[in-house]
Ligand binder design. Structure first.
Ligand code: BGP
Length: 501
């Protein structure tokens, strides 16, 4: 209910802030003893190729062993510099200070696994990498921001991808557990909130980025078509569930004060028409999305996957103890990225396959869309928050929500980004409505509060920030920071705990 002294529906201590990922901000991919990661090889999608994209996987999802070998031999050809991010590695102090100037209470970031274990599975961790994050966390605290840290945000160490096919192998699960244990012990008391995998369900659309799966399979050398290899993807998912659950268990053992959550890309689906068949399609697609948070929040495989697995000849290989691990490793809170909603039309199959597309193939005539065709649906935000809370009754943190746009920055990096303010306002309004509905939400992180490199397109010019960075898509620029109009809006919003919209 509304707090009579502040006029806010948001609970006291609500964590307002923003979210980033190591691979999209740090740069310095070859400094500080860091090893290469899969994310270093994603950045070669041209703007033209990506614009207007709908339906099919992005080119980088079709990464083959040959392409990787070529990229390692000829890095210049593959535009590695685009993953220089915004040079957070060297400039984190000034960049964090800008976020703190907006009054941020939380800063979501990720640790680059290959900064800690350059090959993913080295005998000893890299002290320089550990020191770097010590310094970043200390700085966050000094500035009054709580770090919320993702263990793996689209950057499996390249060595594990090449040798083991990433999370296709249990070797990677063991390496992940050791990595998690190392950082939990090191940052005990410094990091209160952890997440395991970013958008774990994106293995269905991005097996390379999300899970380090290189195609064709480097282990057996056989051609392994990307599309529709559901058996592989669900086995990889299982391995990641186990890795995630093991990390949760370790986190609780090492630091009982810390809380650890999951992170899924939440896809709320609407039926195209009142036809019951379209509604059935919604049910099918919902299953594929809920599956990930169901396992991580409830600790077991849901009933509804059995038929899909049986009829598609999918046999999940479980090791003894896996089921117990999943049960013991359920998350303390659930988190989502929320960008858009989807429209479903019946496909005529009694047991469907997941659509595997990034943006709904059918446009919603009632919604506007971003310049990248992502429908903008604030009401869908309230709806999905209610669905999630109804399902799990666990506290919710919004790990990502935001608008990528082409900003026309002036010489001070300023832009009147009313479109971004409007997006933020309408989503925070609906977040408030969800809280009034009774949903337990404890924090909201805007994706990309400072301009960064887009994960889907590798562009900086797909800007999300309230703080601008003077950089272009090719890494040219001064790195000078600017404050957009939205900077001042978010600052005011945070100062009033969400009351002043
Ligand atoms: C999510 C990712 C982020 C982020 C965001 C925006 O899927 O977790 O890493 O990038 O989407 O996507 P994009 O960068 O493609 O605009």
């Amino acid at each position: 209910m509304v707090n009579s002294s502040t006029g806010s529906v948001f609970p006291d201590g609500f964590l307002w802030g923003g979210a980033t990922a190591a691979n999209q901000i740090e740069g310095a991919y070859d400094e500080g003893g860091r090893g290469l990661a899969t994310s270093d090889f994603a950045p070669f999608i041209s703007r033209e190729a990506n614009r207007g994209y709908e339906g099919d996987p992005l080119p980088h999802n079709a990464m083959t062993r040959e392409m990787l070998d070529d990229a390692l031999e000829h890095p210049e050809k593959w535009n590695l510099p685009k993953r220089r991010g915004i040079d957070f590695y060297h400039r984190y102090r000034e960049q964090l200070a800008e976020l703190a100037a907006m009054g941020f209470k939380v800063f979501r970031m990720s640790i680059s696994w290959s900064r800690i274990f350059p090959n993913g599975d080295d005998a000893e961790p890299n002290e320089e990498g550990l020191d770097f994050y010590d310094a970043v966390f200390d700085e966050c605290h000094r500035l009054g921001m709580e770090p919320l840290v993702t263990l793996c945000h689209f950057d499996t160490p390249l060595n594990l991808a090449l040798k083991y096919g990433g999370f296709k192998s249990r070797h990677t699960v063991d390496a992940f557990e050791r990595y998690a244990e190392t950082v939990f012990s090191r940052y005990k008391g410094k990091v209160k909130y952890w997440l395991t995998f970013n958008e774990i369900n994106n293995v269905l659309t991005n097996p390379f980025t999300c899970s380090g799966v290189v195609l064709p399979d480097p282990n057996d050398g056989t051609h392994n078509p990307y599309k529709g290899d559901w058996a592989m993807k669900y086995q990889v998912s299982h391995n990641q569930f186990v890795a995630s659950a093991k990390a949760v268990i370790k986190c609780h053992e090492i630091d009982p004060e810390a809380k650890i959550g999951n992170m899924v890309c939440r896809l709320e689906n609407y039926a195209e028409s009142p036809k019951p068949e379209d509604q059935l399609q919604v049910l099918f697609e919902d299953h594929f999305n809920w599956f990930y948070s169901d396992v991580q929040a409830k600790g077991e495989y849901p009933y509804y996957m059995k038929r899909f697995f049986d009829e598609n000849d999918i046999h999940i290989e479980m090791e003894p103890g896996d089921e117990e691990t999943l049960k013991a490793g359920t998350v303390d809170f659930v988190t989502i990225s929320y960008y858009m909603t989807y429209i479903m039309r019946y496909k005529g199959e009694p047991v469907p396959k997941p659509s595997g597309s990034l943006v709904s193939a059918i446009k919603n005539p009632y919604l506007e869309a971003s310049e990248w065709g992502w429908p903008i649906d604030p009401l869908g935000f309230r709806i999905t928050l209610n669905h999630i809370y109804d399902r799990y009754h666990l506290p919710i943190f919004i790990s990502e929500n935001g608008l990528g746009a082409v900003d026309q920055l002036d010489e001070n990096g300023y832009v009147e980004d009313d479109y971004r303010i409007d997006y933020l306002k309408r989503h925070v309004e609906q977040l408030g409505e969800a809280i009034k509905d009774g949903v337990d939400v404890f924090g909201y992180a805007w994706w990309g509060p400072i301009d960064l490199v887009s994960s889907g397109t590798s562009e900086v010019s797909k800007r999300y920030g309230f703080v601008s960075v003077d950089l272009d898509d090719f890494g040219n620029g001064t790195h000078k920071l600017g404050r957009k109009k939205s900077f001042y809006y978010y600052k005011k919003l945070i100062a009033s705990n969400g009351a002043d919209l």
